[in-house]
Design a protein around this ligand. Structure first.
Ligand SMILES: [Zn+2]
Length: 342
């Protein structure tokens, strides 16, 4: 994919999209813009995934517009969204000569979502960027055009798929926050049982991991602080400085019985050590279950603290890691004490 980007290979247009961390812009592979450095590039399967993670559509290759002819009023509409300080209402659209119903139909047909849902995704996306740098939720909400923090919370919940009416009010919500690290921001979630989610924000299938978490804990996910998250933040800081070898923050990782066995076995792999999938399969009592063990490893929702990165191929290859193999490598180097003097 990176080669397609550097060669501006338009035959990959539509197959994937890429975002550039330093500019916050995302493009089609064939875009004529200057080649970004590999470590600044993130890849997305679809354009909305890039929008949801805070990337702004490139003005040159217009990655949100389906290839082929895009009606001029749709171009106009994308421009309006990017320029608007807040949410565009139906009367804003009418004032620009765009019929709201027509806009709604076009978005439904091309993105399978309403125009308002698109605007929300775009605004939450841009809201995520300052959250990554540690701004608090209320100032982010105001700066990104939400009238109030509750508006932001509601939009956040919709983005993460919460369905407040279906959740028993007695269930304690899960608090979600962002933790910046040298390897990129982590999305962390906790409630009183413990830390229940920790993933790099650009990991593969982040949305489906969040959906699974919600199903498993049956609770709302709302932005906010929690003592477990505060503890995690300070432990992670020491971990990345090479001064912490094991985490003490409690972990709450409900899964299938098999997944829970694998995840608890993972926690027995010491800092600085690795195991192969086969060794892990033997440890959970079934040497033939290598593939199932690898799948459970991949479904771990608590990166780093449940150290799925310490599992490698039998030949020593790093193989897959949802947060990217480069992160797996950096984590293992850090733990072996070879990463400090780069
Ligand atoms: Zn572009």
């Amino acid at each position: 994919m990176y080669r397609a980007v550097t060669e501006r290979d338009a035959s990959f247009d539509g197959a994937f999209y890429f975002g550039v961390r330093t500019t916050g812009v995302f493009c089609r592979p064939g875009c004529g813009a200057k080649s970004p450095r590999r470590d600044n590039v993130l890849f997305f399967a679809d354009a909305l995934a890039a929008v949801r993670q805070g990337f702004r559509p490139c003005r040159r290759c217009k990655p949100l517009e389906p290839t082929g002819s895009t009606p001029s009023w749709v171009r106009e509409l994308f421009g309006l969204v990017e320029r608007a300080p807040g949410r565009l209402s139906s009367s804003d659209l009418r004032a620009a000569g765009i019929h709201p119903v027509r806009a709604a139909r076009w978005f439904k047909e091309h993105f399978g979502m309403t125009f308002h849902a698109y605007q929300r995704a775009r605004r939450i996306g841009s809201a995520l960027r300052p959250i990554q740098t540690g701004s608090d939720v209320s100032s982010v909400a105001l700066a990104s055009g939400f009238e109030s923090e509750s508006g932001f919370r509601a939009a956040f919940e919709r983005l993460f798929g919460a369905a407040p009416t279906r959740v028993a009010p007695a269930v304690e919500p899960v608090r979600v926050h962002w933790i910046p690290t040298p390897l990129g921001p982590l999305l962390a979630a906790a409630r009183s049982e413990g830390l229940c989610f920790l993933e790099f924000v650009d990991r593969r299938a982040l949305a489906s991991q969040i959906a699974t978490l919600r199903r498993r804990v049956g609770a709302l996910l709302i932005p906010g602080e929690h003592p477990h998250l505060e503890r995690l933040r300070s432990e992670l800081a020491r971990y990345f400085e090479g001064r912490l070898r094991s985490f003490s923050v409690p972990v709450h990782a409900p899964g299938t019985a098999f997944q829970e066995r694998v995840w608890s076995e993972l926690q027995r792999i010491q800092h600085g050590e690795t195991r192969s999938y086969l060794e892990l399969a033997r440890a959970v009592g079934d040497a033939k279950a290598v593939r199932a063990v690898a799948a459970a490893n991949g479904r771990n929702r608590i990166a780093i603290v449940i150290p799925c990165h310490r599992v490698i191929g039998s030949d020593g290859q790093l193989v897959g890691y949802a947060g990217g193999v480069w992160r797996k490598q950096r984590l293992l180097e850090l733990e072996r004490g070879t990463g400090q003097h780069e």
